[in-house]
Design a protein around this ligand. Structure first.
Ligand SMILES: O=C1O[C@H](COP(=O)(O)O)[C@@H](O)[C@H](O)[C@H]1O
Length: 251
């Protein structure tokens, strides 16, 4: 199944249009199944999308207390640290809509019950995912309706970086990641098998610095070299880009 590519004029339009898509996808999932399940991403574009959802009057079409929230990756920092993806997502959206705290599933913080043991934190998140998995899935994760991902300048997605053992992981659903080239160095990430279990994977990125990894991923790069190339959904894979990020795609 080939990926869909949508190019918007600017990073602002990309964020607003993706927010509109996300609201619609959540409403559609709730109409079909009662609840919706979304995996959030960090990064500049990912958080801007959540801010656009917050600003949209259409956000009230979503039953936010019937949305299950997960994260694709987390920076392993103390709770409430401004660099944590969870902190940023809460400030951008989750603190402003009526979420059910029981349905919000952040990855552990470095001052939480596992202390600074990032392996234990990653293992625990795999257990959280398995606990909400449906029996029908072959990978022990919930069937995510939409899994949002960013793309790094070197091709990373979630916290799966090029040339690392974590991007080659083919059994476990989460990984502890150390020595990341992008700070902070210690993180927890979903693995590619967990990402590929989602119904829809949306890779959302903007800026000229992303043009090379985007072109490489869509040109068929090996996931071990460009991890974003390995992020595909069961039903749909969407690349949502601004013009700068799409600049090196063949027209
Ligand atoms: O560190 C991270 O970076 C990526 C990409 O972020 P961006 O600011 O370059 O868009 C993001 O996808 C990931 O969740 C985050 O932890």
């Amino acid at each position: 199944m080939s990926a869909e590519v949508v190019v918007h004029d600017s990073a602002e339009v990309l964020a607003a249009a993706t927010a509109a898509r996300l609201i619609t996808a959540l409403v559609d999932a709730q109409s079909a199944r009662g609840t919706a399940s979304v995996v959030l991403t960090g990064g500049g574009t990912g958080i801007r999308i959540l801010e656009e959802v917050r600003r949209s009057p259409a956000r009230d079409a979503v039953r936010w207390d019937h949305v299950e929230f997960f994260w694709g990756d987390e920076r392993f920092l103390p709770a409430g640290d401004p660099e944590r993806n969870e902190t940023q997502a809460r400030q951008a959206l989750l603190d402003h809509v009526g979420v059910d705290p029981e349905r919000v599933h952040p990855m552990a913080a470095s001052d939480g019950k596992f202390g600074d043991d990032v392996d234990a934190a990653a293992l625990h998140y795999a257990e959280v995912l398995a606990a909400t998995a449906r029996p029908a899935t072959d990978v022990e994760v919930p069937v995510f309706d939409v899994l949002l991902l960013g793309v790094g300048e070197e091709g990373h997605t979630a916290s799966l970086f090029p040339g690392t053992p974590e991007v080659r992981e083919d059994v476990r659903t989460t990984a502890a990641v150390r020595d990341c080239p992008k700070p902070p160095p210690t993180r927890v990430s979903l693995t590619l098998p967990a990402i590929r279990a989602a119904r829809e994977v949306w890779l959302v990125t903007a800026g000229a610095g992303k043009a090379d990894p985007v072109a490489a991923a869509l040109g068929g790069a090996e996931p071990a070299e460009i991890p974003a190339a390995g992020a595909v959904g069961r039903d749909r894979t969407r690349w949502l880009l601004d013009r700068d990020a799409a600049a090196h795609l063949a027209s």
